[in-house]
Design a protein around this ligand. Sequence first.
Ligand SMILES: *[C@@H]1O[C@H](CO)[C@@H](O)[C@H](O)[C@H]1NC(C)=O
Ligand SMILES: *[C@@H]1O[C@H](CO)[C@@H](O)[C@H](O)[C@H]1NC(C)=O
Ligand SMILES: *[C@@H]1O[C@H](CO)[C@@H](O)[C@H](O)[C@H]1NC(C)=O
Ligand SMILES: *[C@@H]1O[C@H](CO)[C@@H](O)[C@H](O)[C@H]1NC(C)=O
Ligand SMILES: CC(=O)N[C@H]1CO[C@H](CO)[C@@H](O)[C@@H]1O
Length: 479
Amino acid sequence: MSRTVIALLFLSFLLFNGAIEARLLHLTTSDSKYLTKNELWFDQTLDHFSPYDHRRFNQRYYEFIDHFRVPDGPIFLKICGESSCDGIPNDYTSILAKKFGAAVVSLEHRYYGKSSPFKSLTTKNLQYLSSKQALFDLAVFRQYYQQSLNEKLNRSNVENPWFVFGVSYSGALSAWFRLKFPHLTCGSLASSAVVLAVYNFTEFDKQIGESAGPECKTALQEITKLVEEKLATDRAAVKALFGAAELQNDGDFLYFVADAAVTAFQYGNPDILCSPIVKAKKNGKDLVDAYASFVKDYYLGSFGANVRTYDQQQLKKTAVSEYSSDRLWWFQVCTEVAYFQVAPSNDSIRSSRVDARYHLDLCKNLFGEGIYPDVDATNIYYGGTRIAGSRIVFTNGSQDPWRHASKQTSSPEMPSYIISCHNCGHGTDLRGCPQSPLSLEGNAQNCSSPDAVQKVRQQVTQQIDLWLSECRNTGRSYI
Ligand SMILES: *[C@@H]1O[C@H](CO)[C@@H](O)[C@H](O)[C@H]1NC(C)=O
Ligand SMILES: *[C@@H]1O[C@H](CO)[C@@H](O)[C@H](O)[C@H]1NC(C)=O
Ligand SMILES: *[C@@H]1O[C@H](CO)[C@@H](O)[C@H](O)[C@H]1NC(C)=O
Ligand SMILES: *[C@@H]1O[C@H](CO)[C@@H](O)[C@H](O)[C@H]1NC(C)=O
Ligand SMILES: CC(=O)N[C@H]1CO[C@H](CO)[C@@H](O)[C@@H]1O
């Protein structure tokens, strides 16, 4: 492994999937797999909701216009989420851009990557970090980009048809952008979009059990019990066994142990986890050893997770660094959306010690007294799964634990598709092969179930085609 690859492994890795995606991208994507990494800058308003505060900050963005059909092609706004946005990745959006003759633009989410308004990420300085501010950023940027395009093309008052895209948290932003600014986009693709803020997200753990199947689930439950026992008798030894000696807080350790298994299902590789532990159980081998090998070889190894991202002592640090996205996302979790991945009261896979208390303590420890997620306010503001939007297409992977925070019921105005296969996980439609989601067509060797993905992509493409043409036909009215 080259030094750059190793360095990149330590970039923006998060407990939440979004930043794992960002890290995955660094791991498996060489520069040629980005459409562009050429940074551009936008002068953005810090607080969109204050009439008195006129401070501004620099926000990073990218544009890719090679496929753009001048002058009236569509513009695809690919929303960046809770991690450093280092370019426009060459994923399925680029295939769509080519097909539709679209320009692709992508704005880094405020505070993440190089778009931090502050040098220090204290709780006070984080007060402008929210999905609401981020949506406003996108709206203002969209206006700016349209205007500068018009200037380049020597025209005024012309609107290209816009379409927004996002996966996971940015998938939620994609849906919410269409909801809140329907006049600024013809439609939205909301892939694995977590539009429902959930306080006790017990369905997450439940889905892991379903995705694992009975044999693997039982083995995982047994492992949790054994790890808890070892933690009581020799905590240093069991932490060292998992390569996580640095995690002093037992809750952080148990969360890490649970999250390692989640990743296998979320990113389409259930067999890497289940085969060895089911086999160990059958052969009477030590289950904890088998699981620890998975964690060290796969999760911390080839997948590239980093133990420090679970360590509250690290997450408390306020200096802007390559690790900042973990702290930043926890702030959004602790104020807006929660998605606390707590153990269900019955039949849980993760330790029952990963509960609401653990999460609330973490919020308090990282950000101070009085910081807790107001999920009701978030769901009132956006509507949760009852989002009253239109022209939003939702997609979800059948094995993805996050799908229970997404919109899974379908209507003509907001069609929802499920991508069903043994290893269909998070954001599969915008990526590629289910078990190696960053391989696009053509370079996905040994891909299983590409048809499941392909089928949904066809439906998504038809929706985009329809809404773009409706948008053109109605001229400048997007609603
Ligand atoms: C733009 O419009 C101005 C004023 O009509 C004209 O002088 C100029 O030549 C145009 N430039 C281009 C590139 O079309
Ligand atoms: C979440 O779970 C905790 C512990 O089980 C419980 O005390 C709390 O009331 C729950 N909160 C909500 C909003 O459901
Ligand atoms: C707890 O889970 C087990 C296993 O799925 C199930 O058989 C049992 O009915 C559940 N008990 C309750 C109280 O839900
Ligand atoms: C594809 O699968 C075959 C047989 O399982 C294996 O030998 C080969 O190494 C795999 N190729 C890749 C690129 O994973
Ligand atoms: C479990 C669940 O809610 N599944 C849904 C997934 O999405 C499809 C398509 O919208 C629904 O029909 C399922 O009910």
